[in-house]
Write a protein that binds this ligand. Structure first.
Ligand SMILES: Nc1ncnc2c1ncn2[C@@H]1O[C@H](COP(=O)(O)OP(=O)(O)O)[C@@H](O)[C@H]1O
Ligand SMILES: [Mg+2]
Length: 249
């Protein structure tokens, strides 16, 4: 299996993820109703980077994330993610890539309401055949929910539900974790606890790409991508990303 992984010279951590997009387009609808959600996107993301994507509503952020994660194919251009060439792959061919390389975290958590926290994590292991069911409790402990294993989503706060969602995403040991406005539905303190987890998982070497409306969060990123009208408007690199504890909004 193709893999982009390099060692960080300083820490010895294996750096995972990374992406290379060239001339990527994606439109929805036909004829006059057609909307170019992505319009010639060129983008390089390094392995092991924490990337923040900013931009106004409708600028193509979610579409970019969906193309990177193999949720939907690009309409044109070339896409390589975590060392895997996705160019020209149809939806069926993307499913295996998603399973083997990508974790997703969404704004509204998307937990299964009829399953407990533990079962929400276990079901990911069962669906993908990756990871171990018995690790579900340990993953939930690692996100601070060791005492909430048998609670249902409705019995958990928003921040706790998002932490279950992060544990679920990590159950398959993804190279790249994609998070679409993961703090968008949370208050500041709760949002910070979620960001702390995302930063921690990044420091373990995983790529993390997060869409947000909150420009303050950009300080914790290695790379900040700003989208506008389906294009990459700017890319800024940050040699010294801030610790989440030092980011305020
Ligand atoms: N499934 C879809 N069907 C039709 N249009 C869509 C669909 N998804 C996104 N779009 C359109 O594509 C553009 C970019 O959307 P999106 O990527 O969701 O932007 P953002 O996440 O930055 O708000 C918008 O104009 C949006 O209306
Ligand atoms: Mg969006």
């Amino acid at each position: 299996m193709a893999h982009t992984s390099t060692q960080d010279a300083g820490t010895g951590v294996t750096l995972r993820g990374g992406a290379k997009l060239r001339g990527v387009s994606k439109s929805y609808g036909d004829g006059e109703a057609s909307v170019a959600a992505l319009d010639g996107v060129d983008l390089d993301l390094g392995a092991g980077e924490l990337v923040v994507v900013l931009g106004p509503s409708g600028s193509g952020k979610t579409t970019l994330l969906n193309v990177l994660g193999g949720i939907e194919p690009a309409g044109g251009g070339s896409v390589e993610v975590a060392g895997v060439d996705l160019t020209g792959r149809r939806p069926r061919g993307l499913a295996g890539f998603r399973r083997d390389h990508i974790g997703f975290v969404f704004q509204f958590f998307n937990l299964v309401p009829t399953l407990t926290a533990r079962e929400n994590v276990e079901v990911m292991v069962e669906l993908t055949g990756r990871g171990e069911r018995r690790d579900a409790a340990g993953l939930l402990e690692s996100v601070g929910l060791g005492d909430r294993l048998d609670h249902f989503p409705a019995q958990l706060s928003g921040g706790q539900q998002q932490r279950v969602a992060i544990a679920r995403a990590l159950a398959t040991d993804p190279d790249l974790l994609l998070a679409d406005e993961p703090t968008g539905a949370l208050d500041v303190a709760t949002g910070k606890s979620v960001l702390r987890l995302l930063q921690r998982t990044n420091r373990e070497g995983r790529g993390v790409l997060m869409v947000t409306h909150n420009a303050a969060i950009a300080r914790m990123a290695h790379r900040v991508v700003t989208m506008r009208d389906g294009r990459v408007e700017s890319v800024e690199r940050n040699a010294a990303p801030a610790d989440v504890a030092d980011v305020d909004w």
